[in-house]
Ligand binder design. Structure first.
Ligand code: AGP
Length: 612
């Protein structure tokens, strides 16, 4: 998620903007920039890397003014280089914009601008399209910035928070939002616009929350808000009494909970930007021909920790949708077992950080042996992405908490799209079935929201179980991966001893562990295996253990055999893993909280394990 700060007032705009952007650094970014309006010109400075690098470039006296916009970029389109940093300028240099979000139809708009207006793009970003659209409209309409912003954003599909300044208008910042956060504020020295509350707390705690499709006109002494019909909105300011630390978490007590709640948006963005108008899948950056796919002897899916659990689901999906044999492996094992790999191997590497040493070394081993490398990564420009032949970026945004949540569910979404696309290219998936799956995927963000509404229920459940010293997770089919992920979440933030096992495997030894009150969470999201899971629950109950069953609302019979159930919104078995993991993430969170753990930074753990 990018950071935005704009200011107009009596103070030095660059100082205010840099201070504001520094308060947004926690969100993660890879480049930064500032545009000021001074003496009828736009002054622009931007740099890849840390804000401190940019600061060195803006010390000059001639780089100053009382109005400007600044940005810290978390790369989605285009690598984290200076040219891709914001702000972006219109061709005539009269308009500067900063943008947070994703323009889903940017390629079409870019081609139109190049073809019909001879625009030459300077960056690989979707955002630069906005600068040119506004610039052209502003020139044509005689300098009406509000109209230009309305016209330009009216052509855009996707999520955006955009701030704009014009060289010949030194008093006004215009901003607009759709599905990306935007706030405004005033102080006795000027007015502010920003993407997040922490950026403004130094100057004001009284802010305007900008609602979807609203446009804001920011002047030194006034902030005016207009709705989609350009009707003035009279909005009271909201007083923020969070401290800076709480503000960074958007009001949530921990980054982990904030990121659990960001999953609907992450899933939606990861999916929608790869779907055309007819629901056709477009995997930019991944070129796998039918001839290549038909001649693959094996797909390896290799990763660590949570990412490896996503790989287990990916294996099921690729074998089901693309009919290609898949093998999963832990990266730390793969690289030492002299695996059979050749030019007919597709090596899929999954990594949130893109810097995990074991995963990177496994990738290099596979590459040395001739495999094509496809990586699923959350951090643009990370080592894994740079060493891959094909990259699928998840758009989860920066994941700050050590325990991975939104990265996991967006990795799953990535596998759905890759597996479906492979099946389509090979011509081995029924078109109606594919359409049905895509429709189900499109409904997932709303269904995840519905699961999140059950947080209180899960919090009550956590209160009953947080003192347990052993908690087991079992499942069948794709629920085995969910059981593994649920167990890891619990272990790594609550420090409770937990393990996960395929339900059918229990009777081959592990069942000896069961005694009265042993606690089992049974993942039973697969209708096709539900009867089997019911008998598994009875097997456990017969030994006086406790069972909580996570299943779909259509499987209420689970309530007759389990001690407790958590019911998921109904959906096709194929897409259930994205839903089933969410209550387990919330359970781990609340149990850890009750055990007073350091949830965002658990003991002994690092967010990215860059050592062997
Ligand atoms: C997940 O909650 C853990 N933090 C850990 O297992 C993590 O998934 C693993 O280290 C892999 O990290 P990566 O996805 O950045 O490669």
């Amino acid at each position: 998620m990018c950071g935005i700060v704009g200011y107009v007032g009596a103070d030095s705009a660059k100082d205010v903007i840099v201070d504001g952007l520094k308060c947004l650094e926690y969100r993660g970014y890879d480049s930064a920039g500032i545009a000021l309006v001074s003496k009828g010109k736009i002054l622009l400075r931007k740099e890849s890397g840390e804000l401190s690098k940019l600061e060195k470039k803006i010390t000059a006296k001639d780089f100053d003014g009382q109005i400007g916009i600044g940005h810290t970029r978390w790369a989605t389109h285009g690598s984290p280089i200076r040219e891709n940093a914001h702000p972006h300028l219109s061709t005539d240099g009269k308009i500067a914009i900063v943008h947070n979000g994703i323009i889903e139809n940017f390629m079409q708009l870019r081609e139109e601008l190049e073809r019909e207006h001879g625009v030459t793009f300077k960056s690989e970003t979707d955002s630069e399209v906005i600068a040119h659209l506004i610039g052209l409209s502003y020139a044509e309409n005689g300098g009406d910035l509000v109209l230009a912003v309305r016209e330009a954003t009216g052509k855009m599909h996707g999520a955006y928070a955009v701030c704009v300044v014009a060289a010949d208008n030194p008093d006004t910042i215009v901003a607009i939002r759709k599905d990306a956060p935007l706030i405004a504020g005033t102080s006795d020295t000027g007015s502010f616009i920003a993407s997040d509350i922490p950026a403004l707390l130094k100057w004001t705690r009284d802010i305007y929350l900008i609602e979807n499709d609203e446009l804001v006109v920011v002047n030194k002494d006034e902030v005016r808000i207009y709705d989609a019909d350009n009707t003035r909105v009279k909005r009271e300011q909201t007083h923020i009494d969070w401290d800076a630390a709480a503000a960074e978490k958007g009001g949530y007590e921990h980054f982990m909970l904030k990121e659990i709640y960001e999953q609907p948006a992450g899933i939606k963005e990861t999916l929608e930007v790869r779907l055309g108008k007819q629901g056709d899948i477009k995997l930019d950056g991944i070129e796998l021909s039918k001839d290549y796919l038909d001649n693959i002897s094996k797909v390896y899916i290799v990763a660590c920790g949570t990412a490896s659990h996503a790989g287990l689901i990916g294996k099921s999906l690729i074998e089901k949708f693309a009919k290609i044999p898949c093998e999963t492996d832990l990266a730390s094992e793969f690289r030492y077992r002299d695996p059979f790999v050749d030019e007919h191997t597709l090596f899929i590497c999954v990594s949130q950080s893109g810097e995990t040493s074991d995963t990177l070394e496994a990738l290099r081993e596979a590459k040395r042996k001739g495999a094509q490398i496809l990586s699923i990564v959350n951090v643009v420009g990370s080592s894994v992405s740079r060493e891959s032949d094909h990259v699928f970026y998840t758009w989860a945004g920066p994941e700050i908490a050590v325990a991975s949540t939104k990265a996991y569910t967006t990795q799953l979404m990535a596998f759905y799209l890759i597996a479906l696309k492979m099946g389509e290219i090979r011509g081995v998936i029924d078109k109606d079935y594919q359409k049905k799956i895509i429709e189900e995927l499109r409904q997932l963000p709303a269904k995840v929201e519905k699961v999140l509404e059950g947080e209180k229920l899960i919090e009550e459940m956590a209160k009953r179980y947080y003192k347990k010293e052993n908690i087991f997770f079992i499942g069948r089919g794709m629920d085995v991966a969910t059981a593994h992920e649920a167990s890891l979440k619990l272990k790594e933030i609550s420090y409770i001893n937990s393990f996960s096992i395929a339900a059918g495997e229990l009777k081959h030894g592990t069942i000896a562990l069961i005694r009265r009150q042993t606690l089992f969470f049974v993942l039973a999201s697969q209708d096709a295996l539900f009867e089997k899971m019911l008998s598994g629950i009875e097997e456990i109950k017969a030994r006086k253990a406790q069972v909580v069953c996570i299943t779909k609302e259509t499987n209420v019979r689970a309530e007759e055999v389990a001690d407790e159930t958590f019911l998921l919104p109904d959906c096709m078995d194929e897409v259930a893993p994205i839903l089933a993991v969410v209550p387990m993430q919330i359970l781990a969170y609340h149990i850890a909280k009750l055990r007073k753990r350091n949830i965002d930074k658990p003991r002994n753990l690092a967010k990215s394990v860059t050592v062997e």
